[in-house]
Ligand binder design. Sequence first.
Ligand code: ASP
Ligand code: MG
Length: 495
Amino acid sequence: MINTIILLFGMIHVCFSLKKNPVLKFGGSSLANIKRLKNVGDIISDISINDQLPVVVLSAIGSTTNKLLEASYSALNDDDISKSLSIVNGVKSNHYLIFNFIKDNSKNNLKSNKIKFERDTLIAKRDIDEYFTNLINILKGIHLLNELSPVVIDNVSSFGERLSVRLFAYLINNMCLEDSEIEAEFYDSWDLGLKADGCHNDSKFIEDDYVKDTVKMNIESIIKRNKIPIVTGFICKNLDGKITTLGRGGSDLTATFIGECCGSREIQVWKDVNGLMTADPKVVKDAKPLSKLSYEQASELAYFGAKILHPISMLPAKKTEIPVIIKNSYNVTNEGTFISNELNNDIDKEYIVAMTSKKDITLIDIVSTRMLEQTGFLSKVFKIFEEDNISIDVIATSEISISLTLDNKNIISKNAIDKLNKISCVRVKKDYSILSFIVNIDKSNEVLSKILYILSKNGINAEMISQGASKVNISIVIHSKDVDKALNLVHNNFF
Ligand code: ASP
Ligand code: MG
């Protein structure tokens, strides 16, 4: 009897620990205007009331991040600051338009919770006022000092997410959840215990157990109070207390990392398209939606240019095997793309699962001057890249030569080229692109030969070919002018 009870408790415990609250992430285009914001508010209210309280991660509203960066560069480069200020004033009026709409249309205004509504309104207005005052002061500082460091860029871009969570919590509490017991609370990521490391504009979360446990504890205690945490994506603070960002599109990473910390049952990434597709529909008209992908396939796609996911955002999900579902906030009933451990590798399906391209690539050919059997050549070359702090994308080697690519974030210095020239002949070639194909592993050799045949028949030269060890990905470097044509030719042939 006692054993049965213990077993039962065990099972109940497992059921609960398997069903941890989902993380929902919404990108800028899902938050582009009041109609979209209200739509997102309804999606969250629906899940909160009918299912479990989610943890919500938000990007900046619409194209706010682009505008903030534009304003910063204009403050730095233009003769007077008026253009920079007018860009920020555009962002400001957009945020006030939303604020005023909520204030004027909330039903709470008329009801018994009028006092709470007035308090919320006061807090939202106070924060928006303060943020824009600070932002304008920083832009004036950039202009006066004629200086824009990565630290300042991160600080300026952080305002987008800080504003969006505040405005959104105001909206959902007063336009979507006004009749419910549930309430949303906004948080800057650092207030939940998240910490970042590494360089500005491209930092990473610190992943130690202390950080993860703190984040989990904080979020659990918020949810226990029946509140929905609305958290800033993309931004964090480093150990010096300075604001950093995780690289463009970094809210995806915030969402999956929080999912990892909390052991969430799933991570929903809400975008403005029906999930991932076989190719970028802007380039290939006949691109088709993908119903499922593995973490690895999705990572390769993201890394090699599919703009839809942050390049390293799949890692936390993969580590903890939490499924990631890419959904369309403009088309809620669409199933989207389900990303898990399972490969999309249907035998009777296409040989290629998906394709993408990464532009603005530098191709470097390095040929040893000593010819065959020179030991240590590869390691000498890699050491030079390491010393120059350069990360290499795709690589193909033989005993005496190396071809490799660098993306536009990794620019090789003259000093490194000089060092390479001492041991080899170096050629640096610009205007290249990487075509990447996520392929059915069992067919990868056939696929490669077929692609090369298609390219050569159409006069497109493959400068370099590389297949990752996992064989999930085949990368081919071609001249940038041929990229769109090549993608269409290959897609038409395989799909
Ligand atoms: N707002 C940031 C960006 O536009 C982060 C994100 O959207 O995920 O890059
Ligand atoms: Mg964005």
